[in-house]
Design a binder for this molecule. Structure first.
Ligand code: URA
Length: 199
């Protein structure tokens, strides 16, 4: 994670220059659109998912399908809008039939994510699901054990949570997701209070 610690300012456009022509892995052959990310380039919170699905591949935007609807509801619960945050994925192109990302695809694609993190320089990373959590925290521990607590890596506070798609198939995960989003709110409130005290 040490490369992520270096938050030298770059613009997002610079960070993503070349992404739309990327063919560093075989997913470049089957995608309809590259899905780099979306949202506020100055966001304090960056959400990181897994990979585009069918709708995202068709529209070129992250989290626009069913999982995206649930994500929007969870954000609304804590008073955030899509425009307040930045959303990216581990992979920028859809794996065929939504299969899991392969190690060589993660290796080829995550330099884009590192550059996005440097450009946006958020203070909080919310990792949704196993793939983003394992990448950001450089761990092999599963999301069920890691979620629900704030972790740190370099300058970032990390809140690992379930992937919203997992809660669509298993509704019992909704309450955990809600608790994790409440934790995001609590962290942001504490940051704001600290900023006011220091003014
Ligand atoms: N699932 C993800 O991980 N990312 C998306 O953009 C959509 C669904």
């Amino acid at each position: 994670m040490s490369e992520l610690d270096d938050s030298i300012y770059r613009s997002l456009d610079d960070a993503l220059s070349g992404v739309y022509e990327c063919h560093k892995c075989i997913l470049g052959d089957t995608r309809t659109n590259v899905v780099p990310g979306a949202g506020n380039p100055r966001a304090k919170v960056m959400f990181i998912g897994e990979a585009p699905g069918k709708n995202e591949d068709l529209q070129g935007k992250p989290f626009v399908g069913a999982a995206g609807n649930l994500l929007s509801q969870l954000l609304e619960r804590i008073g955030l809008k899509r425009e307040d945050i930045y959303i990216a994925n581990i992979l920028k192109c859809r794996p065929p039939r939504n299969r899991d990302p392969r190690p060589e695809e993660i290796e080829a694609c995550t330099p884009w994510l590192r550059e996005q993190i440097k450009a946006v320089h958020p203070t909080v990373l919310v990792t949704m699901g196993n793939f983003s959590t394992k990448f950001v925290l450089q761990t092999t521990t599963g999301i069920t054990r890691l979620r629900g607590q704030v972790r740190t890596t370099g300058p970032f506070r990390v809140i690992p949570t379930f992937h919203p798609a997992a809660a669509i198939y298993d509704r019992s995960k909704i309450s955990a997701l809600e608790a994790d989003f409440d934790l995001i709110r609590a962290l942001l409130d504490a940051d704001e209070r600290r900023e006011h005290e220091n003014m």
